[in-house]
Design a protein around this ligand. Structure first.
Ligand SMILES: *[C@@H]1O[C@H](CO)[C@@H](O)[C@H](O)[C@H]1NC(C)=O
Ligand SMILES: *[C@@H]1O[C@H](CO)[C@@H](O)[C@H](O)[C@H]1NC(C)=O
Ligand SMILES: *[C@@H]1O[C@H](CO)[C@@H](O)[C@H](O)[C@H]1NC(C)=O
Ligand SMILES: *[C@@H]1O[C@H](CO)[C@@H](O)[C@H](O)[C@H]1NC(C)=O
Ligand SMILES: *[C@@H]1O[C@H](CO)[C@@H](O)[C@H](O)[C@H]1NC(C)=O
Ligand SMILES: *[C@@H]1O[C@H](CO)[C@@H](O)[C@H](O)[C@H]1NC(C)=O
Ligand SMILES: *[C@@H]1O[C@H](CO)[C@@H](O)[C@H](O)[C@H]1NC(C)=O
Ligand SMILES: *[C@@H]1O[C@H](CO)[C@@H](O)[C@H](O)[C@H]1NC(C)=O
Length: 430
C-alpha cells in the first residue's frame, strides 16, 4: 500500500495549508559556522548563519501538520567545497536525524551568487515529524533568490529572510557568507542585504521636518513610529502553475487585522509576496508569503449542489505570523469552516468591495478587489465571473426589507378593510 500510494500522498501533501500544530515547545537556535580551507590551509569559503524550516507533512490519520525543523547542536559540513572559476562553491551541512541542507554558489568576474538551495528532511525523525505517514527523506530544490554579491566582499544580513517553495518555508537570519575568499582572509568590506539598511533618515519630507524643528524648542526630531496603515492595500496578481500551465488565478488586495494588545492593520505588499501552493481537481490551495513574516493560505474545495451542478467555494483560511528576527512562529490562526465565495465550477468569483474573513477572535483578513479562479483555468485567463451579491448589498438589504414591509402593511390594511366591509355587510343583513 505504502509505496504505491506515495505519489498520491505526496501530491496531497502539497495541497495542505499550514496547520500549525505542536509548534509551541521551546526550540534552541544554533548558529552554524563553516570555514573551509584550501590545500594551503587558507580559508576559501566562510559561512556563519542561522536557519530553520517550517514543513507541512501528512500524518497517519490523513491530517496535515506543520512542524518546525531546527538545527541541532551537532552539525557536520561534509561536501562543502571552495569552488573556482569553473566549479561552483558549495556550502553543505548535515544535522539531526538524517537532514541536510546545501547551496551552490557560482562566480563570474565581478560577483558571486547562490544558485540553488537543496533541503533534504527525513520524516523518519519522529521527534520532528511525529506520526508521519510517509517515512524517509524528502528533497526540495529551490532557486536562491539573493542578489549577486561583489567579489572580495562579505555578505552580511542580520535581518531574516524567507524562501517559500513546495509548502516549506526556509527562514534565514544572522547570515555572514563569503565565497571565493582571497588570500585566506574574510573581507572587512561588507555587502549588506537591503533589509539591514536602515530606511534613509526620516520619512517626513525635509521641508516639513524643518518646519517641525523650527516650531519646537528641542532640535531632536519626533520619533517616527510607523503609523498603522489606513489606506487600502495594493492589489496583487498571483497565479499557480501545474507544469507549464496556469491552474490558479487570483487578483486581490489583502489586509490583516491582528489583535494582540490592540488591533493592528497590516497591508500585504504584492511586490514582495510570493505565491505557492497546489492545484487539484477537488481542492486547491494558494499560499502567500509576503517576505516579511506573514503567511496566508486559502483553500478552495468543490461541492455538488442540490441541482447536481458543481460549485467551488472557499473552505479554509489560515494566517501565520513569524518573528522577523528569528523566524519563530508568533501566532497562527486557522478557520476551516468557511463556505464563502462560491461560484460554478469553470467560472471565476469576483467581489470588488471589501470583505472580512474572521479567522479567529484575534485575526481578520480583509480582501479588496477580489477576482479568483481556483479551478479549470484555461489559457491563462479568468473565465466569466460570478459577482458577489451585488457589490452594494449594504444599500440593497434595507431597500428589500423596506419593500417587503411596505407590501406586508398593504396586505394587512387591505385585509382589515375587506374584513370590516364583510362584517359590516353581515350586520346590515341581520
Ligand atoms: C525568537 O525571538 C523572540 C524575541 O524576539 C523570543 O521570545 C523567542 O523565544 C525566540 N524564539 C526562538 C525559537 O529562538
Ligand atoms: C547547483 O545545484 C543544482 C541542484 O543540485 C544543480 O541543478 C545546478 O546545476 C548546480 N549549479 C551549478 C553551477 O553547479
Ligand atoms: C567580465 O566579463 C565580461 C565578459 O564575460 C566582460 O565584458 C567584462 O569586461 C568583464 N569585467 C571585468 C571587470 O573584467
Ligand atoms: C525509516 O525507518 C524505518 C524503520 O523505522 C526503516 O525501515 C527505514 O529504512 C528508514 N528509512 C530511512 C530512509 O531512514
Ligand atoms: C591578495 O594578495 C595579493 C598579493 O599579495 C594582492 O595583490 C591582492 O590584492 C590580495 N587580494 C585581496 C583581496 O586582499
Ligand atoms: C510546456 O512547454 C513546452 C515548450 O515550451 C512544450 O513543449 C510542452 O508541451 C508544454 N507542456 C505542457 C504540459 O503544456
Ligand atoms: C480589527 O479587529 C478588532 C477585533 O476583532 C475589531 O474590533 C476592529 O474593529 C477591527 N478593525 C478593522 C479596521 O477591521
Ligand atoms: C545574531 O548573532 C549575534 C552574535 O553574532 C547575536 O548576539 C544575536 O543574538 C543574534 N541574533 C539573533 C536574532 O539570533
Amino acid at each position: 500500500m505504502g509505496p504505491r500510494r506515495s505519489a498520491a500522498s505526496s501530491c496531497r501533501r502539497l495541497l495542505l495549508p499550514l496547520l500549525l500544530l505542536g509548534v509551541s515547545g521551546f526550540f534552541q537556535s544554533y548558529a552554524i559556522e563553516v570555514d573551509i580551507k584550501d590545500a594551503s590551509n587558507a580559508t576559501c569559503l566562510y559561512a556563519d548563519w542561522m536557519m530553520r524550516f517550517l514543513i507541512t507533512y501528512e500524518s497517519n490519520n490523513g491530517d496535515y501538520k506543520t512542524t518546525t525543523l531546527n538545527l541541532s547542536s551537532s552539525v557536520t559540513h561534509n561536501g562543502s567545497v571552495c569552488g573556482n572559476d569553473t566549479q561552483a562553491a558549495v556550502v553543505a551541512v548535515q544535522f539531526g536525524e538524517g537532514h541536510s541542507w546545501s547551496t551552490n554558489i557560482t562566480k563570474n568576474n565581478e560577483t558571486y551568487q547562490g544558485d540553488f538551495i537543496t533541503l533534504t528532511y527525513n520524516t523518519n525523525d519522529t521527534a520532528v515529524f511525529p506520526d508521519a505517514k510517509r517515512k524517509g527523506p524528502v528533497t526540495v530544490v529551490v532557486k536562491d533568490s539573493l542578489h549577486p554579491v561583489r567579489l572580495n566582499t562579505v555578505f552580511v544580513c542580520h535581518s531574516s529572510y524567507f524562501i517559500e517553495a513546495e509548502n516549506i518555508t526556509q527562514i534565514f537570519w544572522n547570515v555572514t557568507v563569503q565565497a571565493f575568499v582571497q588570500n585566506g582572509t574574510v573581507s572587512k568590506k561588507e555587502t549588506r542585504c537591503p533589509a539591514d539598511i536602515p530606511t534613509s533618515a526620516p520619512t517626513v519630507p525635509p521641508t516639513i521636518a524643518n518646519v517641525t524643528a523650527a516650531s519646537t524648542t528641542t532640535s531632536s526630531p519626533a520619533p517616527t513610529t510607523a503609523p498603522t496603515p489606513v489606506e487600502n492595500p495594493e492589489t496583487g496578481n498571483y497565479s499557480l502553475k501545474s507544469g507549464n500551465k496556469t491552474c490558479f488565478l487570483a487578483t486581490v488586495g489583502l489586509q490583516l487585522n491582528v489583535s494582540r494588545d490592540k488591533p493592528v492593520l497590516i497591508n500585504i505588499n504584492p511586490k514582495t509576496t510570493i505565491a505557492d501552493g497546489a492545484c487539484g481537481n477537488t481542492t486547491a490551495t494558494l499560499k502567500l508569503n509576503d517576505g516579511n513574516g506573514t503567511l496566508i493560505g486559502f483553500t478552495f474545495a468543490v461541492k455538488n449542489t442540490s441541482a447536481n451542478v458543481q460549485k467551488f467555494y472557499l473552505r479554509e483560511v489560515n494566517v501565520t505570523l513569524l518573528n522577523r528576527l528569528n523566524g519563530s512562529v508568533i501566532s497562527s490562526a486557522d478557520n476551516s469552516n468557511f463556505s464563502k465565495w462560491d461560484a460554478f465550477l469553470g467560472s471565476s468569483y469576483m467581489c470588488r468591495k471589501e470583505q472580512t474573513l474572521q479567522i479567529n477572535e484575534d485575526v481578520q483578513v480583509h480582501t479588496f478587489n477580489l477576482w479568483i479562479q481556483p479551478f479549470l483555468v484555461e489559457a491563462n485567463k479568468f473565465a466569466t465571473a460570478q459577482e458577489c451579491s451585488l457589490d452594494d448589498d449594504s444599500i440593497l438589504i434595507p431597500i428589500v426589507v423596506g419593500a417587503a414591509l411596505a407590501v406586508l402593511i398593504a396586505i394587512i390594511v387591505a385585509a382589515y378593510i375587506i374584513g370590516r366591509r364583510k362584517s359590516y355587510a353581515g350586520y346590515q343583513t341581520l
